[in-house]
Design a protein around this ligand. Structure first.
Ligand SMILES: C[S@@+](CC[C@H](N)C(=O)[O-])C[C@H]1O[C@@H](n2cnc3c(N)ncnc32)[C@H](O)[C@@H]1O
Length: 218
């Protein structure tokens, strides 16, 4: 009997993973978003990737006084980690579509004592971003852009709210991770180079690199 229940759980877990990884391509976005909202806090909150975010901050040559936006932040691990660094005097914002994950992020900010240096909000990246032009020094968007329709429009929206000398950090998948959804380096070059961005690649996770874009001086 136990093995039947275990088998059913295994199948359900695999289906959920498939729905999330293929991000609505087969079962529709509504199911993906329901899954993110219902299980995202447990999924993304179960472990911190603090070491990776510190490595990313170094690759961004960060000073520590920047205003940072993390779009598709899940439970805010990236902004929470950066805001907790001892030399941080800036402000880190996380946006996500999931209200449940944003509640978790606010709770975690209070728990870590960084709620004066962070803010979280529910927003849909497919809509115009709720910020003025030139609002951020750094914008990170990892694991999201490639899953949405019209990623070029969303990227341009990020550039609109980025300071003229600001930096972007975006996902570039390799290997099997690139099968579900991926934007190629060529795509990033086509979008960002005409806007004056210079691109650099750093490794983040297995099969998941980051494209760092920064405008080069004329
Ligand atoms: C694959 S996770 C990546 C989480 C985190 N950035 C990371 O790299 O660990 C994608 C995140 O984007 C969020 N998301 C999906 N569609 C979105 C949308 N249209 N607007 C804002 N956030 C969205 C999901 O709720 C989820 O937290």
């Amino acid at each position: 009997m136990n093995w039947i229940i275990g088998g059913i759980f295994g199948v359900v877990r695999s289906i959920m993973l498939f729905v999330v990884v293929t991000d609505g391509r087969y079962f529709g976005k509504r199911l993906t978003y329901w899954l993110y909202n219902r299980f995202g806090a447990a999924m993304f909150g179960s472990r911190s990737e603090a070491a990776r975010w510190r490595q990313l901050a170094e690759a961004l040559a960060w000073r520590g006084d920047e205003t940072i936006l993390d779009l598709g932040t899940a439970v805010g691990d990236l902004p929470l980690t950066l805001a907790a660094l001892p030399d941080f005097s800036g402000f880190a914002v996380g946006l996500d579509w999931s209200p449940q994950m944003m509640t978790t992020a606010w709770q975690e900010a209070a728990r870590r004592g960084v709620n004066g240096r962070t803010a979280f909000g529910v927003a849909d990246a497919r809509e115009p971003l709720p910020f003025h032009n030139d609002s951020f020094d750094i914008i990170t968007c990892l694991g999201l852009l490639e899953t949405l329709p019209h990623p070029n429009q969303i990227l341009h929206e990020m550039v609109r709210i980025l300071q003229p000398d600001g930096k972007l950090a975006l996902s570039l998948y390799r290997g099997w991770s690139a099968l579900g959804a991926s934007l190629s380096l060529n795509w990033y070059q086509k979008q960002l180079q005409p806007l004056g961005f210079d691109l650099q690649i750093i490794e983040l996770r297995r099969n998941h690199d980051i494209v760092i874009g920064q405008k080069i001086d004329d």
